[in-house]
Design a protein around this ligand. Structure first.
Ligand code: ADP
Ligand code: MG
Length: 697
């Protein structure tokens, strides 16, 4: 095992390496700049860059790159080598402080929404020293923020860092009011559980839908699906185990705390859970994890599907975002404390979160809205599109007792008085039973279960951090001027519980009755991406982000524009892929099959004596009917796609894709899927669900 400890972080220019390789004065200046989020002066930057380069070269690196996260949700890099000519046909390896702290990739080919029109397309990347540099594929990667020359964020990291600062600022105000003078920063922590599918690469390569869109656009259910639930936590097949081992090794080299790997509910589905770290780092690490999963799968003849819904009728993949708040002194603020005083503080933070989720339901919903996640949410395997909070019976009883000034009939048999009475610590099994809630308290953290597997967790954490910062700001403003701290504190907690009770729901989120009940409670049910995205720029949301300096109005509008365009682009690719596959693969295959079958029946008839051809006749007739149906659905979809040209306004276009094109795609899929079980396997032009889901041995 000592091997693992040696492996771990071996490709990271982390604190230990810095300490070892930098002159102590430089190290100290770097550390303090990192902690204070300050810029490095050029002298320090040059020394750090040189040490980084020497270290990277020793590890076999020849290139460096600024590694950043544009609004595509993917990561981007542009490699430059360290070489620099010195004459006489010789080179030396060089890396300057300037190259470390600032880069200038061409920003014009990354999405920028409205920012493109307003600002220069050029952008720059700036080193984020709160996330360590690392080596990947022979290149020294420097985590960076990506901004326009006007200073507008063109990425997901910058607003995430800003939101972390916002929540730290407000949480500190609250902690000071509770008499805490020692804590210097409060960081949000995240442990994202990542689900994914593995399919055989040779099968993958025979499906253009998987190649172009990452999901199957056609496919009939095999005789066996996930109903036996024999895959969940089941024995891991040897090929998958080999993949997981190599993945762990590579993740560990990058200092990523991969902890748990297991099978998921659906066949061919798996999950990786890391140990949590601060939000910024776990976001970087989750991006790297997704990248490495795909890369390493290839080495094992597999393809890793990160799409939220690769197979219809089979559970999709999500990314559970476990979220909490932690002080630099190591205290988890969502851990109920040991003293009544600590508990009052816990309850105030809890109320801040409940209020934030209620006030900004729309933003949380939007943070998980993508074309890929739409078919997953509410499909009886993932929470519905309605945001609600699960607290568990015990905690809900406590809140109810506070609300009603009533006796709490739990362990504490007295009127629950904040700041006087203790509340119990919550055992995980008391709080973790509800798997159907979108936002569940799990003992000392909240688990947000709506995010899809493919999307960057920066999106939902920006919302969570900022919305909770806003609740805390309002509480701190009130407490700042309170003459009697305890009684105002009590009033705030009581009031907030009362006002935001509607968002608390401990029941079954998969139940249809919940949809009706949520509506009567006045909760939002924004069913699709085109429906929810415009709310991103509602005035209340613009104000929230501006107040906490997370997004300017222009930056927010650019996020909306990028997202709405991305939706239309994705559905467009899917529809075109379906047209292509139906016209070139499925219809010709079925026609060939029925033709051959008719010829076979004729040959049978030519034999002497009576030969029954019922099978051939009925199959041909059923398939011919379905073929006609599919052909007409295909033509309708083609016509629908031609009409997209008539819609130019991006929001209307996304709505058109959602309201017109998707139903037409579904109709085409239904008739093609109905032909699949009637057609001989060797005629069917691509591998079916049975092979894809059960093909990896
Ligand atoms: P399990 O669900 O397997 O019993 P846990 O509930 O302990 O495991 O953890 C699930 C995920 O939540 C893990 O990724 C873990 O690192 C993360 N997690 C645990 N504590 C925190 C915390 N305080 N903040 C953020 N994430 C956390
Ligand atoms: Mg899971």
């Amino acid at each position: 095992m000592s091997k693992v400890t040696e492996l771990f972080g071996s490709m990271v220019f982390n604190d230990a390496v810095m300490q070892e390789r930098l002159p102590s004065a430089t190290y100290k200046r770097l550390r303090s700049a990192m902690q204070a989020g300050e810029r490095l002066d050029s002298e320090v930057a040059n020394i750090v860059a040189n040490a980084m380069k020497d270290w990277a070269i020793e590890k076999g690196a020849t290139h460096f790159t600024h590694w950043f996260q544009p609004m595509t949700g993917f990561t981007a890099e542009k490699h430059d080598s360290f070489i620099s000519p010195v004459g006489g046909c010789k080179v030396i390896m060089e890396f300057s402080g300037k190259e470390l702290v600032r880069g200038e990739p061409d920003a014009s080919s990354f999405p920028s929404g409205g920012l493109r029109a307003t600002f220069e397309a050029r952008g720059y990347t700036a080193w984020d020293p709160t996330s360590y540099a690392f080596i990947k594929d022979g290149a020294l990667c420097i985590p960076t923020a990506f901004c326009s020359y006007g200073g507008e964020a063109l990425d997901t990291k910058t607003p995430l860092l800003r939101s972390m600062e916002a929540i730290s600022r407000q949480a500190l105000r609250v902690l000071r009011l509770f008499g805490n003078d020692t804590v210097k920063t409060v960081k949000t922590t995240v442990g994202p559980e990542q689900e994914y599918f593995l399919v055989d690469e040779s099968l993958f390569l025979r499906r253009r839908d998987l190649i172009f869109t990452g999901r199957t656009l056609f496919g009939a259910m095999p005789p066996k699906g996930q109903e036996m639930e024999d895959h969940y936590f089941g024995a891991i097949k040897s090929r998958v185990a080999a993949f997981m081992k190599e993945l762990d090794d590579e993740l560990w080299k990058l200092g990523i705390l991969a902890k748990t790997e297991h099978n998921e509910v659906a066949p061919a589905q798996h999950e990786l859970a890391p140990i949590f770290s601060t939000t910024n780092i776990s976001t970087d690490h989750n991006q790297l994890t997704m990248e490495l999963m795909q890369k390493i799968a290839k080495r094992h003849g597999l393809v890793c599907l990160l799409h939220e819904k690769p197979f219809e009728g089979v559970n999709g993949s999500g990314k559970h975002n476990n979220w909490s708040l932690s002080t630099d002194t190591g205290v988890n603020l969502l851990e109920p404390g040991d003293t009544p005083h600590e508990n009052a503080q816990f309850l105030l933070f809890l109320c801040a979160i409940i209020k934030a989720v209620d006030d900004y339901q729309d933003l949380l919903r939007i943070s998980v809205a993508t074309a890929g996640n739409d078919p997953r949410l509410g499909a009886n395997e993932a929470p519905p599109a309605i945001v609600s909070v699960f607290l568990g019976d015990e905690l809900e009883e406590i809140l109810n007792a506070i609300d009603a000034d009533e006796e709490y009939i739990g362990r504490e048999k007295a009127v629950m008085k904040i700041g006087v009475h203790s509340i119990p610590r919550f055992a995980k099994d008391n709080t973790d039973r509800n798997r159907t809630s979108p936002f569940a308290f799990t003992g000392n953290k909240f688990e947000f279960r709506m995010p899809g597997s493919a999307v960057s967790i920066a999106r939902c954490n920006i919302v969570l951090n900022t919305a909770v910062a806003e609740s805390l700001r309002q509480f701190a403003d009130e407490l700042d001027v309170a003459s009697d701290f305890s009684s105002v504190l009590h009033d705030i907690i009581k009031r907030e519980i009362h006002e935001h009770k509607r968002i608390i729901f401990n029941g079954n989120g998969y139940d249809d009755a919940w949809i009706a009940e949520a509506e009567s409670r006045g909760l939002l049910n924004l069913a699709s991406t085109p429906e929810c995205l415009p709310h991103m720029i509602d005035e209340k949301n613009v104000e929230l982000y501006a107040r906490h300096k997370v997004y300017s109005r222009t930056e927010l509008i650019s996020r909306y524009e990028t997202a709405i365009e991305e939706y239309s682009k994705l559905i467009n690719i899917e529809a075109l892929t379906m047209i292509d596959m139906a016209a070139k693969d499925f219809l010709p295959a079925v026609s060939r099959f029925t033709g051959d079958m008719a010829a076979a029946a004729n040959r049978k008839k030519n034999l002497s004596g009576y030969i029954d051809c019922t099978y051939e006749q009925e199959t041909i007739s059923q398939l011919s009917e379905l073929c006609t149906e599919a052909y007409s659905a295909l033509n309708k979809l083609k016509k629908g796609m031609a009409d997209t040209k008539k819609v130019s306004e991006p929001q209307s276009l996304a709505e058109y894709y959602h309201d017109v094109i998707i139903p037409e795609m579904n109709a085409l899929r239904r008739s093609v899927d109905a032909m699949e079980p009637l057609t001989a396997s060797d005629y069917w032009p691509c591998p079916g669900y049975d092979e894809l889901l059960f093909g990896v041995r």
